[in-house]
Design a protein around this ligand. Structure first.
Ligand code: TYM
Length: 333
């Protein structure tokens, strides 16, 4: 049965990249699939130090973002990872299936651990095995993510294949990453070669989901560009990373392909295009920000939504973990 799973770390402010690369797809897919699960992956967040009070706030903030962006908690299953202990139980099994050599190739680990890998947590290294557990605990067939998560979903397939092979089963499906549309790789507004990221030192490099209309306008007005007019075909953006990024953002926010967006934008100078982008971004993002703030006034209600989601998630997860334990040979599973 087709089933969708995805997750976001509550480890910092949410950016336009998270929205366009992930959450906008989540919302669309909740209508296209019977079962969708969207997780706040708090256990992934603590692979690097998180202040406990902030982790709590960010977990609720991310849940509020999911709902404000259009996820319906009656339809999609919204929950936080630590509330479903089966995630870490399956992750242990996968720690024993995944090979050190596979983990050593993970580019996100290399980026995050930096030169001083000795000082990185063991959890940061094992991170992709927990991610595979998130996905396969529900036998998820589709995982909507941004481009940067592609390697992790491929590793998930490797883990599923090795588990199935080692234990002579077909328990785990070959999950498909869903990396679709113009928003799958949103870049920094200051440097078209860097990903837009919550961890970039410059706040001007990103649009935060908490930014007000004025901040959005200021950041887009100041965004790096080049002196030329926009081309009328995607090919013309090839060596223009900053221009391409702003067009991608415009296309993703207006649910168009880059090609259709350029049919409208081709020939325009940035002086004309940027105000259009500001209008579109403010129209699309402001209602979400406002709704997020409203929801966050009642954290008890958010906690109830997460709790109810966790209960539904466990109903799917528990029998799949049991089958896994049976395959492995654990007595009493
Ligand atoms: P995270 O929390 O870093 O990011 C959440 C989602 O946002 C996407 N994203 C972007 N997309 C386009 N442009 C950007 N600049 C940009 N920045 C972030 C990410 O691709 C991601 O889809 N390991 C995951 C979380 C995770 C997960 C999972 C995802 C844990 N378990 C299971 C899917 C399935 C992560 O760190 O995402």
């Amino acid at each position: 049965t087709p089933r969708v799973f995805s997750g976001i770390k509550p480890s910092g402010g949410l950016t336009l990249g998270n929205y366009l690369g992930a959450v906008r797809r989540f919302v669309a897919m909740q209508h296209e699939f019977d079962q969708t699960l969207y997780c706040v992956v708090d256990q992934h967040a603590i692979t690097v130090w998180q202040d406990p009070a902030e982790l709590r706030d960010r977990t609720r903030e991310l849940a509020a973002f999911y709902i404000a962006a259009g996820l319906d908690p009656k339809k999609a299953i919204l929950f936080n990872q630590s509330a479903v202990p089966e995630h870490s139980q399956l992750a242990w099994v996968f720690n024993c299936v995944a090979r050190m050599g596979w983990m050593n190739r993970m580019t996100q680990f290399k980026d995050k651990a930096g030169k001083n890998a000795e000082k990185a947590s063991l959890g940061l290294y094992a991170y992709p095995a927990l991610m595979a557990a998130d996905i396969l605990l529900y036998q998820a067939t589709h995982v909507p993510v941004g481009e940067d998560q592609k390697q992790h979903v491929e590793l998930t397939r490797d883990i599923a294949a090795k588990f199935n092979h080692d234990f002579g089963t077909e328990l785990f499906p070959m999950t498909e990453p869903v990396i679709q549309g113009a928003g799958t790789r949103i870049m920094s507004l200051r440097d078209g070669s860097k990903k837009m990221s919550k961890s970039d030192a410059s706040d001007a490099s990103r649009i935060n989901m908490s930014d007000d209309a004025e901040a959005i306008a200021r950041k887009i007005r100041k965004a790096k560009t080049d002196p030329d007019a926009l081309p009328s075909e995607a090919e013309g953006l090839k060596d223009r990373p900053e221009a391409r990024n702003l067009v991608n953002i415009y296309a993703a926010l207006s649910n168009q392909s880059v090609e259709t967006a350029l049919a409208e934008l081709g020939g325009k100078q940035f002086g004309e295009f940027k105000p259009m982008l500001v209008d579109l971004a403010v129209t699309e993002l402001s209602p979400i920000t406002t709704e997020m703030r409203r929801l966050l006034a009642d954290t008890a209600e958010i906690d109830r939504v997460l709790q109810a989601g966790a209960t539904r998630a466990r109903e799917i997860a528990a029998p799949i973990l049991k089958q896994t334990y049976d395959c492995v040979g654990f007595v009493g599973a």
